[in-house]
Design a binder for this molecule. Structure first.
Ligand code: FES
Length: 163
């Protein structure tokens, strides 16, 4: 034998019931389409649920961020930035105090916003409210406070580091 393989064509019997074969093909196609549909819906849900965990692990690899020229931020203003890949915020309060916090809601991971007129940090997803000076969860569904960073202001920028 020389390792030569001979392939013979497969003989198929003529279809006994053409309708049956068509129906089976339709069901297989419908099942495949259903799996694609579940995948298309399931993947974004998975990403939504996994993202706070990924952001937290990515942010933990970074220890400090320098925000060039952020010392010029007007009182009553906020600067959104990334600490690693996670959203964070630097608030310059009206009384001159500087506060930097994570901007990832501790409920389901939405990005929170500082509202200076309301003197609060608000999560629009489910109405969570945090204290803009301490990060404490004040009302709504968030189970934990926002994390505070250390802030050092100098003439060239603001250094934000892990507390
Ligand atoms: S994700 Fe912020 S309150 Fe639900």
């Amino acid at each position: 034998m020389s390792g030569h393989i001979v392939l013979e064509p497969i003989q198929t019997a003529p279809e006994a019931g053409g309708d049956k074969a068509t129906r089976r093909g339709f069901l297989i196609a419908a099942g495949a389409a259903g799996l694609c549909y579940v995948g298309a819906l399931g993947y974004p849900v998975y990403r939504y649920l996994a993202s706070p965990i990924e952001m937290a692990s990515s942010a933990s690899a970074v220890t400090e961020v320098t925000l060039k020229d952020a010392q010029k931020l007007a009182p009553g203003s906020v600067l959104m930035f990334k600490f690693g890949s996670a959203p964070a915020m630097l608030i310059h309060h009206q009384d001159g105090a500087w506060v930097a916090l994570t901007a990832v809601c501790t409920h389901l991971g939405c990005t929170v916003q500082y509202e200076s007129q309301m003197n609060r940090i608000h999560c629009a997803c489910h109405g969570g409210v945090y204290d803009p000076r301490t990060g404490a969860n004040v009302s709504g569904p968030p189970p934990k406070p926002l994390k505070l960073f250390k802030v050092a202001v100098n003439e060239t920028g603001v250094l934000v580091s892990r507390a």
